[in-house]
Design a binder for this molecule. Structure first.
Ligand code: T46
Length: 138
């Protein structure tokens, strides 16, 4: 289930399976994850005072899931921005299109799982905020 946050960004709620003995969330390409998953990576051991990201992507679909711990993500589409707390393993964020993102306030135990529809390509990154805004205006 997806709930819009700002244009280009939605909350994604995945169905948890299990009971008091343990939980499981399944991620299925083109089912509850609506794109072809070309890359999976996870971010962990991020020092609490560090801000990661600080970039946008020209063409990428991405789901971020805090499978353990908590962090915050600032999403900005050049017209509006929002800071979202990620603190539930089955509640993540889906980003598509031109969106500036910054991840911060990682708990010590945070593991942020990222599913992406593209292979790693440094040419897809926009790392300067003014260039991002210029791209949005095009
Ligand atoms: C994004 C946010 C949410 C690779 O070798 N392969 C990869 O697929 C990625 C994503 C990174 N790297 C290398 C490049 C750097 O040497 O891992 C190092 C850390 O990457 P970066 O500084 O880009 O990590 P974040 O946390 O700032 O950003 C990452 C993604 O790069 C980015 O696409 O949207 O997570």
């Amino acid at each position: 289930m997806k709930k819009p946050i700002i244009a280009g960004v939605s909350e994604i709620l995945l169905e948890p399976h299990g009971d008091e003995q343990g939980m499981l969330v399944a991620l299925e390409e083109r089912k509850n994850i609506d794109f072809e998953i070309k890359r999976i990576y996870y971010i962990y051991n991020t020092v609490g005072c560090v801000t990661r990201g600080r970039h946008a992507h020209k063409d990428m679909k991405q789901v971020l899931l805090p499978v353990k711990g908590t962090c915050q993500i600032l999403v900005d589409n050049g017209k509006e921005s929002k800071k979202v707390v990620l603190d539930t393993p089955n509640r993540g964020i889906y980003i598509t299109g031109l969106v500036w993102r910054e991840m911060m306030n990682f708990s010590k135990d945070c593991v942020l799982l990222c599913l992406v529809n593209t292979y790693y390509d440094t040419g897809d990154y926009i790392r300067k905020y003014d260039e991002f805004l210029a791209e949005v205006k095009k």
